[in-house]
Design a protein around this ligand. Structure first.
Ligand code: FAD
Length: 357
């Protein structure tokens, strides 16, 4: 394995979270690189379904230092617009991103951390004084091991592999899951296919006037309440599903009605515990993601929910490692564009203090 140069900080992943970390690192004078496994900029936004829009207007989703430009004619920007913004952001700040570089493992190596990666030129290892993990969740789709899954003769896919409705035209399609992915995919599939929505618990729709702005405020209040050891008022009542225009339209058409979770899949469809059956051609599992943390295996084993113990963004098992993005467990709304900026700032401040202290 080729030995790479020594570095102060290696950032693993250059989606929105990694870029925000890069922005704050370049102001510290610490030597750093962003190692990203994808062939092009944009992180998970390059892989979403074609119709996906931001939950909020552009001005509410800034990375640090430079606002997302508005998208003409689109109050809620498309994923393509977000990718163009991130691409421009990397260029504007000349962020030192190397891609495609997939980090396989981060392991202790004396007073350094060995960052072992696959590059287009073969395996390579960097020795860093600190590491920020910003690998997101999109690479780890979660499909439950539901009874009969291996018996079903139709098509099964996870939301991570869904792009557009037309291949499903005329089919009978079950959409499984109670969150935003399920609601958005169901909304468009139901225009070309006969759909059935199944969820473990009744999906909770937010009021029509709640968008990403409110969600961000709520996440911040929730984190403050958690720090003070109390429940955040009224947060639970808000619901889970943001009523973006296509989802609202599906509700008004009457298709946004969820059935309880079926007991098992059969060769030809779904079966509930009371014996009812629904034949279908395809099942789309919108059943979430786990943090993509395989490269940290030499340092820490994830718990049952896929997270690892942290204090803020700092990994408890090794204070030289920080995690940015992923979800509220690494900072309020840290999986959103605006929240990633705050988590990144906090992580870089701690790393600077550690390395200069
Ligand atoms: P990612 O964007 O996934 O980037 C991680 C990068 O790390 C990728 O480029 C990946 O290739 C790379 N990587 C992974 N593993 C490795 C490795 N081992 N080595 C090297 N590189 C690696 N957020 C908002 O702010 N507003 C919204 O309106 C919004 N809407 C959403 C709607 C839906 C339906 C979904 C699913 C998400 C939405 N989000 C929204 C959330 C947001 O898109 C994601 O949380 C965000 O993309 C996460 O950013 P990230 O940088 O943490 O991870």
């Amino acid at each position: 394995m080729e030995a790479g140069a020594d570095l102060d900080v290696a950032v693993v992943g250059a989606g929105q979270a990694g870029l925000a970390v890069g922005y704050h690192l370049r102001r510290t004078g610490l030597g750093h690189l962003l190692l990203d496994g994808s062939p092009r900029p944009g992180g998970a936004w390059t892989r979403y379904w074609d119709s996906l829009r931001l939950f909020s207007p552009a001005e509410h989703s800034p990375l640090p230092g430079w606002w997302m430009p508005e998208q003409p004619g689109e109050p809620f920007p498309t994923a393509g617009h977000v990718v163009r913004y991130f691409t421009g952001y990397e260029e504007r700040y000349a962020l030192p991103v190397r891609r495609p570089v997939r980090v396989r493992a981060v392991r202790p190596d004396g007073d350094r951390l060995a960052v072992e990666a696959h590059t287009p030129d073969g395996p390579r290892v960097w020795r860093a004084r600190a590491v920020v993990s910003a690998t997101g969740t999109w690479g780890r789709p979660r499909t439950p091991d539901h009874p009969g899954r291996d018996r079903f003769g139709g098509l099964q896919l996870h939301a991570a592999d869904y792009r557009r409705p037309d291949p499903f035209a005329g089919m009978r399609v079950a959409v499984v899951g109670g969150g935003n992915s399920a609601a958005q995919i169901l909304a468009e599939l139901s225009q070309v296919a006969e759909t059935l929505w199944a969820a473990r618990r009744e999906p909770r729709l937010m009021p029509d006037d709640v968008d990403g702005r409110v969600l961000f405020d709520v996440a911040t209040r929730k984190a403050a309440a958690r720090r003070e050891g109390r429940e955040a008022d009224g947060v639970g009542a808000l619901g889970d599903i943001v009523m973006v225009p296509p989802v609202r339209e599906a509700r008004d058409r009457g298709v946004l009605k969820a059935h309880p979770m079926f007991e098992r899949l059969t060769g030809r469809g779904l079966r509930w515990s009371d014996g009812q059956e629904w034949e279908c051609d395809a099942v789309v599992w919108c059943t979430g993601f786990r943090p993509d943390l395989e490269h940290l295996a030499p340092l820490v084993a994830p718990g049952g929910d896929g997270t690892v113990p942290t204090e803020g963004t700092r990994l408890l098992a090794d204070p030289r490692v920080h995690l940015v993005g992923y979800g509220d467990w690494t900072g309020p709304a840290s999986a959103t564009v605006i929240g990633a900026g705050m988590a990144a700032k906090a992580a870089v401040k701690e790393i600077k203090a550690l390395l200069e202290g």
